[in-house]
Design a protein around this ligand. Structure first.
Ligand code: ATP
Length: 773
């Protein structure tokens, strides 16, 4: 008893001591914020006067101060979370960023700095120069907990030995109720994760790990680490994070800003092509064809198809006389253009010039002139160029093409498909057919990107002049812009309020910057608008979902092949997705990629993972499920589908976030039933975009398909009609595995149709103690 009292007193003393230090750190943070804010105000107060150079310098400084300020505000929560007692370096406090006092004395070490590494890696067997590692838990600016890991027992007193160890900090973090948004894990990164985070920038790193092993969160911390360690290189070239769907991007979007990194571009493959957002869902069979590598040749042939020489000569009626475009002239012009090795739209100039020269010579002959001088030929050529009959023939023979128009023309015409996709079977060709009004899908984006490579840019002026359709596209884009301007303004206001910048920067200006027009364009914004941007590093999450064609589009954006690829081949849902990492990467970096494995599941409790493991064994008996770190005592249950609304209500009453994962065909019906029963429930329709995703993440209950649930997690998950989930696609068992591993606490299954074999042993909900909750 006495001993316990003694420990409590030690603990109180320690808490008070730490509180004193932590208060000092926050005081320093406040000072730096005030200072930076004044600097920013001062720079902005100079107004938009002076030379262009003055103005651009002012803008650069303003941008720098604004992002520094945003960084200082971002670290408010959990500013400091650790302390190292180092034999040589003394006491070092570890936090979200580095702080020094005015004498350059270090007060706080950035978690990414090399000296902070022992915080994540030291063990009693290899203490890395530490006697003790201390975890600090804070609420706001108050220290509420202190847990120690004793690394060199001999060097520590009895009191020290009696304090909690580091597992407590991790387990406390894992047990927190989910908020609908992913949080940073700087305070509790585990050693195997730290190895991934701090792995070298160069080359391709694959992180393979089962569900819940922290692949996503680790990849995001790696982005923050790389930006800190290679700031100059990566800030200039930018970092791209690719995720599986817009809801997922919403889910993870706060992690990097909370680590003080605001300049990373988050995107899906469907958003990779500037100017369009493709969210429509493709049928699995069509996605498999569009993702197949043979499509590269199909697109190349589709372009060549537009350069084909007609069999019969073309007669041009020019009023005064007629000219004939014959096959020999066309072959010569086409060969010249092809030999120029320029993309289609740029090669057009070579084709046109060659053809016009030939026509000019023919015209000269017809006018009775024999050999003509070069300047006379040039005059004739220019005259012909403006003739409507000539113009229209040129447009048919070698049209300017946008990737959109090329693809629409291809999908819409059996003849064009017959030529370009000759290597595909008639059934496969039929899957590519699509009418002009249908929306673009995510599988179209890599094909548009491929086409853009082969076609090259078109001068905007030419676009407007030559195509009525282009005019219409522009008009539609303008209307969309008006719409977006409103949304951006609202978003900008929110950001300014959050960052405390609202009094020094107007929302309109920030919105302009978001849109990419103003002088403060960040690297991520410039990169997003530029299809040909080469990133400094690319992180691909849920990478198993990418098709071979999508990989081509991704690889184009990282010529240096500095990449982190995270995923799980056992969770592949897409029909065009990966079966092995070698299959994906060998075409690009054969023998030059490295792999790390994550083996511990931080999300799914043991009881739930047992069920998921049975599904995994059915996918492939040789696959190992990750080991769960928690037990909750809540066993998964099964119940009739008809009870779903009541069950969802009961789950929602437990608190936290609830998801119902349903087969696509039943989504609407099940969604309606759930929404009727539970206030605030929402359905995440495929293609609902980022704002739809945000609504779903904030709702207490969300109903969605497996593709939307990918990468997300919820306190409680109910999987509806798992048999249908399995049957709805060739990788149905993988989809079921994904659905079953989304829960952090509770899992249920509802059905009417027969259950898939691996779920046969589930206990009925009513039979479970305390209803399984
Ligand atoms: N070291 C850690 N400390 C605290 N929480 C952690 C840690 N590692 C992972 N987690 C948590 O575990 C959960 C799962 O992480 P994450 O979503 O990154 O896993 P994943 O491997 O990407 O899963 P999946 O493949 O199923 O999408 C998240 O809530 C994450 O915050």
């Amino acid at each position: 008893m006495n001993n316990n009292n003694g420990l409590a007193t030690t603990r109180q003393t320690e808490l008070a001591r730490e509180q004193e230090y932590v208060a000092r750190l926050y005081e320093r943070l406040d000072t730096l914020r005030d200072r930076t804010q004044s600097q920013l105000k001062e720079v902005l107060a100079t107004g938009a006067v002076g030379t262009m150079q003055n103005r651009s310098e002012r803008d650069t400084f303003a941008g720098m101060y604004a992002s520094r300020l945003a960084r200082l505000w971002a670290v408010e929560r959990g500013l400091v979370f650790g302390r190292l007692d180092h034999v040589e370096e003394g006491r070092l406090y570890i936090g979200k960023l580095g702080l020094t006092d005015d004498e350059q004395e270090r007060l706080l070490i950035d978690w990414r700095a090399p000296v902070a590494q022992p915080f994540y890696r030291a063990t009693p067997a290899a203490p890395m120069g530490l006697t003790r590692r201390r975890h600090l838990q804070t609420k706001g600016r108050v220290v509420v907990g202190v847990d120690d890991d004793l690394l060199d027992l001999d060097a520590l007193s009895d009191d020290d030995r009696a304090t909690l160890n580091g597992e407590a900090a991790l387990l406390a973090a894992l047990d927190e109720q989910r908020t609908g948004r992913m949080r940073d894990i700087v305070a509790t990164i585990q050693a195997e994760q730290d190895r991934v985070i701090r792995s070298d920038l160069n080359g391709v790193l694959v992180v393979q790990g089962g569900p819940g092993t922290g692949k996503t969160v680790v990849a995001l911390h790696r982005a923050a680490y790389l930006l800190y360690t290679h700031r100059e290189r990566l800030e200039r070239r930018g970092v791209l994070v690719l995720g599986p769907n817009p809801t997922f991007l919403r889910y993870i979007e706060q992690v990097l800003p909370s680590l003080g990194e605001n300049d990373v571009l988050l995107s899906t493959v469907g958003e990779l092509y500037p100017g369009l957002t493709a969210t429509a869902r493709e049928r699995p069979e069509a996605a498999a064809v569009k993702g197949d590598l043979r499509m590269a040749e199909v697109i190349a042939r589709a372009v060549r198809d537009r350069q084909r020489v007609p069999r019969k000569p073309i007669e041009l009626d020019l009023g005064r006389h007629a000219l004939t475009v014959d096959r020999a002239m066309l072959d010569a012009a086409r060969n010249k253009a092809t030999r120029s090795r320029r993309p289609h739209n740029q090669a057009r100039a070579v084709f046109v010039r060659s053809l016009l020269n030939a026509l000019a010579r023919q015209a000269a002959r017809k006018l009775g002139k024999g050999l003509i001088e070069e300047d006379e030929l040039a005059d004739l050529r220019e005259e012909l160029r403006t003739e409507p009959a000539v113009k229209s023939a040129l447009n048919r023979l070698w049209p300017y093409l946008t990737p959109q128009r090329l693809l629409l023309g291809l999908y819409g015409s059996p003849e064009r498909l017959g030529y370009a996709a000759a290597a595909l079977s008639p059934e496969e060709r039929a899957l590519l057919r699509r009418d002009g009004g249908a929306p673009w899908t995510e599988s179209d984006v890599p094909l548009l990107d491929e086409a853009a490579e082969l076609l090259g840019e078109i001068d905007e002026q030419v676009l407007r002049a030559t195509a009525l359709q282009a005019e219409e596209e522009l008009a539609a884009a303008r209307r969309a812009e008006e719409h977006e301007r409103e949304a951006e303004l609202a978003y900008a206001r929110e950001v300014l309020e959050l960052t405390g910048l609202s009094d020094v920067m107007e929302a309109e200006r920030l919105a302009e910057r978001q849109r990419g027009e103003g002088p403060y364009l960040t690297t991520a914004e410039r990169a997003a608008a530029d299809r040909a941007w080469a990133y400094g590093h690319v992180i691909v999450d849920e990478a198993q979902e990418l098709s071979p064609m999508a990989w081509r589009a991704v690889m184009r954006r990282v010529p240096t092949r500095s990449m982190t690829i995270v995923g799980d081949v056992a969770q592949t849902g897409s029909a065009a997705g990966a079966r092995s990492w070698g299959g994906v990467l060998d075409p690009y970096v054969a023998g030059r990629w490295r792999q790390e494995r994550l083996t511990v599941n931080y999300r799914t409790p043991v009881e739930l993972m047992e069920v998921a493991a049975r599904v995994l064994a059915a996918i492939d008996p040789s696959l190992e499920p990750p080991a769960s770190v928690r037990e909750t005592g809540a066993r998964p249950w099964v119940a009739p589908l008809a009870e779903l609304p009541e069950l969802v209500k009961a789950e929602a009453a437990e608190g936290g976030k609830v998801a119902v994962v349903a087969p696509d065909a039943l989504l609407a019906g099940i969604g309606e039933a759930v929404c009727r029963a539970v206030d605030g429930a929402v359905v995440v329709a495929p293609g609902s975009g980022r704002s739809g995703g945000a609504v779903a993440l904030d709702a207490p209950v969300a109903v969605m398909g497996v593709a939307e649930a990918k990468g997300l997690e919820f306190d409680s998950v109910i999987v509806a009609e798992p048999g249908r989930v399995v049957a709805q696609s060739p990788r149905g068992l993988n989809d079921l595995y994904v659905a079953l591993t989304r829960a952090t606490r509770r899992l249920g299954v509802v059905h009417e149709e027969p259950l898939p074999e691996p779920l046969a042993g589930l206990e009925a909900r009513g039979n479970l103690p305390t209803n399984g909750l």
